[in-house]
Design a protein around this ligand. Sequence first.
Ligand code: FES
Length: 565
Amino acid sequence: MKNRKGLRSRLAQYGDEEFALFLRRGFLKGAGFTEEQFDLPIVGILSTASDFNPCHGTAAKLAEAVAKGVRLAGALPFIFPTISLHEAFTFPTSMLLRNLMSMDVEEMLKALPLDSVVMIGGCDKTIPAELMGAISADVPSIVLPVGSMLAGRHEGVRLGACTDCRRLWAQHRAGTIEEADLNRAHDQLMPTSGTCMVMGTAATMACIAETLGFTLPGAATAPAVSSERMRIAEASGKRAAEMAVSGAPTPRQLLTRQALRNAAIILQTTSGSTNALVHLAAIAGRAGLDFDMTEFDAVGRDTPVLVNLKPAGSFFVEDFHAAGGIPALWRRLKDKLDLSAPTVNGETLGEIVARWPVYVDDEVIRPLDRPVFPNQAIAVLTGNLAPNGAAIKLASATKKLCTHQGPALVFDSLADLEARIDDPKLDVTPDHVLVLRNAGPIGAPGMPEAGALPIPKKLGSKGVTDMVRISDARMSGTAYGTVVLHISPEASAGGPLALVRDGDIIRLDADARKIELLVDDAELAKRRLEWKAPEKPKRGYARLYTERVTQADKGCDFDFLSGTD
Ligand code: FES
């Protein structure tokens, strides 16, 4: 039987395989390769280096370090690009393009002659897209996060993107910070290459990738600009070369129910980004599994927040790494996690824990009896306003607002929000529930991170810092406030959020996991008859997206991409 690895794999179809190989080898000779390399196993190195992605400013160097590791292990490295998504450089929102990137990853892994791959990612949507694509392609894959920025320093205060970006901007809106002070702090908010250094979506997804077994140990948290990050890159290349020969583990061997449950525990204990709920649902879907939101909520009830990172806590990702990183956290949670789960490194979580240094910084990774927050960083709500669920990050909410009843003030779209939120004549009190709709997966489209609606200027300037806000949008993992997100079904799909009117009473009872619209069914039925679905885009990717995207509780993936068939 012919060796189907290396250059012999996935030959272009001319109806003559030997000719296809002859051509392929010829082109490589043209690129300066010598014949003795032609029978080596091949490791693809997926690089998301892009000048439009400052978070990935180190990606090209990391790719070289991976290639070095691949060569040291006797395999042949090929660096190749995919779409690269940065949060602040992608209109209208990077989430709209996550599925497109996942398709790019999947199709390249299925098209290129590679036996394994190292996928360099980091900024929020990139690791989810890589995992989704890799699980669908089921090619042996290692995730190499680019790593987080170092924390900034400004006049004695450590700063972190983007939690402090939001805090400073809120102060600017409230008129409590001078322009010159804001500008000086601005210089320090993103002081190095790398991803946001608080427990935002990027750090959350890196920690989840490590817990799902897709990275080498320590890879989630080593700073982007550290020599350790470069050594992890080289080691990832070496390990990928071994996987290229053995053909294992494949992504679907790693992505099991037990691994997903472990990820749910890590999401709760890190007080990670609510965005991870959507990504985990999509990732699970690619393996034909459900990410069970009810189980996720139940897991949270007895999972304390141990990781003391902003926005829920005080420290930064570099501190988490120095404190012991993810394996130290696994050790703390050894009675809750399934430590038999495998990893790309060929070890189980338990085997990594057993050999990991015993040192741990108790201030950053708190002991079980002294948590940052007792339990339930993120809760899943249901009710007549969110029949298929909604999420709230309790660890970043105002406790007394978590049980609240107040009149709705409805913004019909992002444009309506922008036009009216700072109108001095806006009829709003701190008791109002701010409602944003038509900002979900279909509505915006792409479900932008607009769910943490700004506090109206007229209230912000009087010292109001939080209000109950609800929407079918998402929010950045670096944001905070009493914010109900991911309402499903969304308004643009005809969910009950579409029927809310100004002055309707909304009740949030987070303890009871309820979000309710106190309007009787007959009135709602009448309003439903008057509701018209908004127009959808007529062409291109936006049309495909709005026609085939699933709702938040299913991961906002395309319906034709989930499953393993
Ligand atoms: Fe890239 Fe925050 S914007 S990780």
